[in-house]
Design a protein around this ligand. Structure first.
Ligand code: SF4
Ligand code: SF4
Length: 304
């Protein structure tokens, strides 16, 4: 079996996701990053750009930032003949032509460039519009990156893609994905080697886990499950995982001290005895599965 020692210089990308918020996803991502940083070059990317909060626990020293921009159209009224082609090609309703005026709605524009390309009069130019920011720095041994969508903005994936540009060759990248199974979550987990799905043993937890499993299977990602507060619910999540042949990678019990550390913005790995070893063991298990998941499966190997 290939081990992490064999491939210390190889890049491994682990995404941590959940079908709904409040399952302990960020807690897991942050603690895994801290525990694994004792053995590996670790980068934590907080891709929950609508509500990034990994920084609350890691308290990184920020070293730089970059504005995320989208190119939005501007129309030269002297050139425009109000032919309506730009409105026809825009799939997002971000531009409309009424009589002798062209209206652009920048907040709807996805910056695809279609109207600029197809305007027969070359009347459309583009200007950058800021929709968010990426910030980076270090939290001890952990390299840290997060994105923030500007207030009032709705277009998440461009900021998600901007934070993922900080994935580097070599080392371990842990992506804290946004909750849910919509475009922001898909953009965050796509391309990872392994996806850890965090859930709780409740009916809601099971329902949202099933949606998250559907998402990772459509994306072709190997995945396993961590059950948080596993001792406060029933067995239905465990039974579901068994039926779906999903490995249960870890079971985190409800622990009052864990909850208190969370409320103080502290981590279990740093504050609570024994938890560093537990998260290190879980991290090693995930890394091994990520490595094995990248091997060609028998069905993927061509006949000689
Ligand atoms: S496609 Fe160009 S010329 Fe036609 S309405 Fe739009 S901006 Fe004006
Ligand atoms: S750049 Fe694309 S999304 Fe934006 S207005 Fe033009 S066609 Fe629509």
């Amino acid at each position: 079996m290939t081990t992490m020692t064999d491939r210390a210089d190889r890049r491994v990308i682990i995404s941590v996701a959940s079908g709904k918020g409040g399952t302990g996803k960020t807690t897991l991502a942050v603690n895994l990053a801290l525990a694994l940083s004792a053995f590996h070059d670790v980068r934590l990317i907080d891709a929950d750009v609508e509500e990034p909060n990994a920084h609350i626990f890691l308290r990184p020293d920020l070293e730089g930032s970059r504005t995320v921009e989208l190119p939005v159209p501007e129309v030269d009224k002297d050139r425009c003949r109000f032919c309506g082609r730009c409105a026809e090609v825009c799939a997002y309703g971000a531009v409309t032509v009424i009589a002798d005026s062209v209206l652009v709605f920048p907040e709807l524009c996805h910056g695809c460039g279609g109207c600029t390309l197809l305007c027969p009069e070359k009347a459309v130019t583009e200007r950058p519009r800021a929709i968010g920011v990426v910030e980076w720095g270090r939290a001890g041994e952990v390299a840290f990156v997060h994105g923030r969508l500007n207030p009032g903005e709705a277009l998440v994936p461009p900021v998600t893609r901007a934070v993922k540009e900080f994935i580097r060759p070599g080392g371990v990248t842990i992506i804290d994905a946004p909750p849910g199974t919509a475009c922001p979550a898909v953009a965050a987990v796509s391309g990872s080697d392994y996806c850890v799905l965090v859930t709780e043993p409740t009916p809601f937890g099971l329902n949202d886990l099933a949606l998250a499993v559907e998402m990772v299977r459509k994306l072709g990602l190997p995945a396993g499950v961590v059950i948080n507060r596993f001792d406060l619910g029933d067995r239905r999540v465990e039974d579901y995982c068994a039926r779906q042949r999903l490995p249960v990678l870890g079971r985190i019990p409800f622990d009052r001290k864990l909850a208190e550390a969370y409320a103080r913005g502290r981590t279990a790995v740093d504050d609570l005895p024994g938890w560093r070893d537990r998260f290190s063991a879980l991290g090693r298990e995930i890394l091994e599965r990520a490595s094995n998941g990248r091997r060609p499966r028998i069905s993927d190997v061509s006949d000689p």
